[in-house]
Design a protein around this ligand. Structure first.
Ligand SMILES: NC(=O)C1=CN([C@@H]2O[C@H](COP(=O)(O)OP(=O)(O)OC[C@H]3O[C@@H](n4cnc5c(N)ncnc54)[C@H](OP(=O)(O)O)[C@@H]3O)[C@@H](O)[C@H]2O)C=CC1
Ligand SMILES: Nc1nc2c(c(=O)[nH]1)N=C([C@H](O)[C@@H](O)CO)CN2
Length: 240
């Protein structure tokens, strides 16, 4: 009997950096991929040329989140995995009122994963034991807090907690895990002084790049047993 067609892997925030690298990784394996994007970077055209399904979505409102879910359901009746990568690293500053920072962080890191997990549950179920996955992208600061990204850290901590709640709700058909990175990739605007200071915070003293995350995602997708857990990708930072 022929191999059943692969169910798509869905990645939120697939337009750049880690989300984009994950999308290309799975497309290179001939695996169907659906990504959400907010800004139409040229990289989205490249993803579509590679066979990716790219759906515009802004998770700043619950309506935008639910409209994305409805569009996904119009495209597929099942999903292999949902990777909640979409995120904004917003710190507290005089430029933004605290209530706006808190609202924005909770919207992208809590409302979006929460509402999409409920919306996609029927698409993830029905394929057998440990046949589907949800992965929450949290952050090392869940453990330690952050005095410069208080709302960001709190929202990622909520996402960390939801990992265990959804793991209980969806087992054993769906595994739910979190990946908690520290420095993986610098941003374009990071100057030399910032980079040196950031590198010094871990034992390994590197920014490892997207492959470090891709390899862990691959492991989690192949597991038939691991669920409700968070995996630190932090270069030994707690031991510094
Ligand atoms: N890079 C790192 O060193 C670290 C990353 N992480 C986590 O890993 C994940 C990936 O990181 P990274 O690749 O750097 O993430 P980026 O911040 O570079 O990209 C995140 C993506 O999310 C999208 N996004 C942001 N806000 C919204 C929104 N309201 N609606 C829809 N999409 C939105 C962005 O779209 P657009 O481009 O259009 O704004 C972007 O494509 C994130 O969850 C991050 O918190 C954790 C620790 C370290
Ligand atoms: N959405 C994002 N979240 C985070 C980013 C980022 O670029 N986008 N970057 C970091 C930093 O690398 C931090 O881990 C350095 O200590 C954290 N989160």
């Amino acid at each position: 009997m022929g191999k059943s067609p692969d169910r798509p892997i869905l990645i939120t925030g697939g337009g750049r950096r880690i989300g984009l690298a994950l999308a290309h990784h799975f497309l290179a394996q001939q695996h169907p991929v659906i990504v959400s994007y907010r800004t139409r970077y040229p990289a989205i055209d490249v993803l579509e040329e590679a066979g990716g399904v790219c759906i515009e979505a802004d998770f700043c409102t619950d309506e935008g989140i639910l409209a994305f879910a409805d569009e996904v359901k119009r495209r597929t009746t099942s999903l292999r995995a949902v990777l909640h990568n979409a995120s904004a690293w917003l710190g507290e500053s005089p430029a933004h009122a605290p209530q706006d920072v808190l609202s924005a962080m909770l919207q992208i890191h809590v409302h979006a994963p929460y509402l999409l997990n409920f919306a996609f549950e029927p698409l993830l179920r029905g394929s057998g034991h440990a046949a589907s996955d949800i992965i929450h992208f949290t952050d090392y600061v869940v453990e330690r807090g952050s005095d410069k990204h208080i709302a960001y850290a709190a929202s990622k901590a909520a996402l960390d907690n939801m990992t265990r709640s959804f793991a209980k709700k969806m087992a054993p058909e769906v595994k739910v895990n979190a990946i908690a990175p520290s420095l993986i990739l610098f941003n374009e605007g990071d100057d030399a002084a910032y980079r040196q200071k950031a590198l010094s915070k871990s034992l390994m003293k590197i920014a490892p790049g997207e492959k470090e995350i891709i390899d862990l995602v691959d492991y989690l997708l192949t597991s038939c047993y691991v669920t409700g857990r968070s995996f630190a990708v932090d270069g030994g930072r707690p031991l510094r």
